[in-house]
Design a protein around this ligand. Structure first.
Ligand code: MG
Length: 263
């Protein structure tokens, strides 16, 4: 570890007689020793560690360190959730995919922990069904924490199950939906829960969601798995796939441009 980083990590601020004392483990500064308020700009500059360089593609806007999970070419990153067989969803000529009714959920072949996830989704252009039965799908982080996908345009449902909710746990801060049949963007930042060896959850997972650029989930502490019936459960788990839902009611939901950055 370089010197600058050690200093940065070790720097602790202690209030002492209304003055600030810098305690630095490397220099073993006595906790009682007071340092003068810096008078030079350089004294408070950090030059290490340097952030890695990530470039964003001019056309696709995909970051250079992202894993592309779906770009419209094929389902090579995906499998059936039921039996890991091939995906039967519909591959469209506009580089999107559409849920094939009753073909079942699909999930990534890769397992993920903490992530930044980008995806775009579109409700069915034809209005069919109401409430939870209108263009219902969902993004299940680690296969168990659902960010709801639903057409809520002039379509009421319980608010902790509406579009952008953490299903049956967290009401979104806003409804930022595109018009029916238009593309929506979800940008999700997720930190996985931590479990002890004994299987107890020692730290809650958190989720932040931007819907079309609007903050709708703000570092929400996930209570547990998002079930249709029952309370959240906290069965210990490690890295797991990202799952997309077939709600089995001919939702007609489509997805495109899915990429993920591991954090
Ligand atoms: Mg759903």
């Amino acid at each position: 570890m370089n010197k600058g980083l050690i200093i940065l990590i070790a720097l602790v601020f202690i209030s002492c007689n209304n003055k600030v004392v810098f305690v630095d483990s490397e220099h073993k500064v006595d906790s009682q020793q007071e340092l003068m308020e810096p008078t030079e700009p350089k004294a408070t500059e950090a030059w290490e560690p340097k952030p890695k360089v990530v470039t964003v593609h001019e056309d696709t806007k995909i970051p250079s360190d992202a894993i592309v999970l779906f770009n419209g070419e094929n389902f090579s990153e995906w499998e059936s959730s039921a039996d890991a067989s091939g995906v039967e969803w519909i591959l469209n000529s506009d580089k999107s995919m559409t849920v094939k009714n009753k073909a079942g959920d699909i999930q990534t072949k890769r397992n993920f922990g903490d992530i930044q996830l980008h995806l775009e989704w579109k409700s069915s252009e034809k209005i069919k069904g109401k409430g939870q039965s209108r263009s219902n799908s969902g993004v299940f982080i680690q296969g168990r924490y659902e960010v709801q996908v639903l057409d809520n345009n002039n379509n009421e449902t319980y608010v902790n199950g509406q579009v952008g909710s953490i299903y049956k746990q967290s009401i979104p801060l806003a409804q930022a939906s595109s018009k029916i049949g238009h593309w929506n963007i979800y940008d999700i930042i997720y930190h996985a829960p931590v479990f002890s060896e004994a299987g107890d959850k020692t730290k809650a997972g958190t989720i932040t969601v931007l819907h079309n650029g609007v903050l709708i989930q703000d570092h929400y502490k996930i209570k547990g798995s998002t079930a249709f019936i029952g309370w959240p459960k906290n069965t210990p788990h490690g890295k797991a796939p990202i799952k997309l839902q077939d709600h089995r009611d001919n939702s007609g939901v489509s997805y495109r441009n899915i990429w993920v950055r591991e954090l």
